[in-house]
Design a protein around this ligand. Structure first.
Ligand code: ARG
Length: 271
């Protein structure tokens, strides 16, 4: 009798936590996943700053278009849901994701170890690097990045981008001027108020082509910038689904088609 009671006590001791489920079940994890939420509400909400040609920009009717926009549309289509694009400041994207205002970020965003402490990233969908647009007026002699690390240099960067973060580390001697808009940074260089604008390769190639008279450029990337989709930490169902999607479109030709559409005229390294 005594033995029976203690056996029951031991069983209860070990089984109770399982029965009451102090942990979370697989079902509950999937319930909370953005993958499930998106399908349930029939809408994928994507955050981007629609000012990063040709990844995200607006057509003549003001509608978002571009490489990332089409990637987001493929995701929504494969999920069988509607899409909503929320246009916001680049520096506000990660906070918006963490606050649950958007399901994911696709915005030419570089995945970095520092950012990956706050959000989770998929595999890269585009590999590139930072380049420099240089002022003919202020820095005609500059042809290498080492020349930018000097006390008399002024470097324009877009607030919160990797150009901003990396410049402080790579060119500690230079003075950094931070701007909200990419266009302001270009203007600084064109007008000779800054020596250089440090930004992503594809943008620098374009600004150089548009300002051949007033600028030159360092077009050999001097950092590694893998663009990836960001989602909330801990959402493995959604992360797996997005990685599978990227793998699938890379294999079935849709990814190459998109690259051809938006980057055919640019000398791009494959990624
Ligand atoms: N790749 C850079 C970064 O992650 C710049 C991205 C800018 N994207 C944009 N939509 N404005 O910081």
């Amino acid at each position: 009798m005594r033995f029976k009671i203690s056996l029951i006590a031991v069983l209860i001791f070990f089984l109770l936590p399982d029965l009451c489920s102090f942990g979370v079940t697989d079902f509950e994890i999937y319930e909370a996943s953005a993958l499930n939420q998106v399908i349930k509400r029939n809408k994928l909400v994507v955050g981007m700053e629609v000012k990063f040609f040709p990844f995200e920009y607006v057509d003549t009717d003001g509608r978002p278009i571009g490489f990332d926009v089409e990637l987001a549309k493929i995701a929504a289509m494969e999920l069988g849901v509607e899409i909503e694009i929320k246009d916001m400041e680049f520096s506000g994207l990660i906070p918006a994701l963490q606050a649950g205002k958007i399901d994911m970020i696709i915005s030419g965003m570089t995945r970095t170890p520092a950012r990956a402490r706050t959000v989770s990233y998929t595999q890269p969908y585009f590999k590139t690097g930072l380049c420099a647009l240089i002022s003919n007026k202020r820095a005609p002699e500059v042809s290498e990045t080492v020349q930018l690390n000097a006390e008399n240099r002024i470097l324009a960067v877009k607030l919160g981008t990797t150009g901003d973060i990396v410049t402080a580390r790579l060119f500690p001697k230079a003075r950094v001027k931070r701007f909200k808009e990419e266009t302001e940074c270009v203007l600084e260089v064109v007008s000779g108020r800054a020596d250089a604008f440090i930004y992503d390769e594809v943008s620098i190639i374009r600004h150089f082509a548009l300002n051949k008279e007033t600028t030159h450029a360092i077009l050999k990337p001097f950092t590694y910038e893998p663009y990836a989709i960001a989602i909330r930490h801990g959402d493995f169902d959604f992360l797996n689904w997005l990685n599978l999607l990227l793998e699938t479109i890379k294999a079935d030709g849709r990814y190459e088609e998109l690259r051809g559409k938006y980057f055919s005229d640019l000398q791009q390294r494959s990624g």
